[in-house]
Design a protein. Sequence first.
Length: 144
Amino acid sequence: MVDKAQAEIALLDEGLRAQIRTTGNRHIDTAHMRYSLGRALWLFDKPRETAQALDEFQAATLFLKQREPTHHSLIAFEKARDLAQESLILFQEPGTRTVWPYWRPPTSRQEDKRAMKDLFIELLAMTGRQWVKQPCNIGRPKVN
């Protein structure tokens, strides 16, 4: 699942590059693509990806403040930027492995797989695609 998530991030990054080539940096859709890429990077909950997400959030927020100061997305962009900035500060403390709060005991492998599946579905939704569950017929008898 991690490989699939990284592939989705690469796809979002390529989509951002294509958006910049077609409409340039000064378009509202480019700001939204930057925000989507930042959210996907931030979900990894690692220092390097959080720093990259913060850069994307700052670029999107700066564009909206300069070009579209009354746009309804500005609040969400600023909130995401501020949360990513707080997360990055928490990562600077020694021994911090994650900045997302955990209120329950360690999970089972099945719960971890479900969480990664949910992350992958969210990444797919950011690109406008859907999760299609493939049926698994291995080890099942055929019904006539």
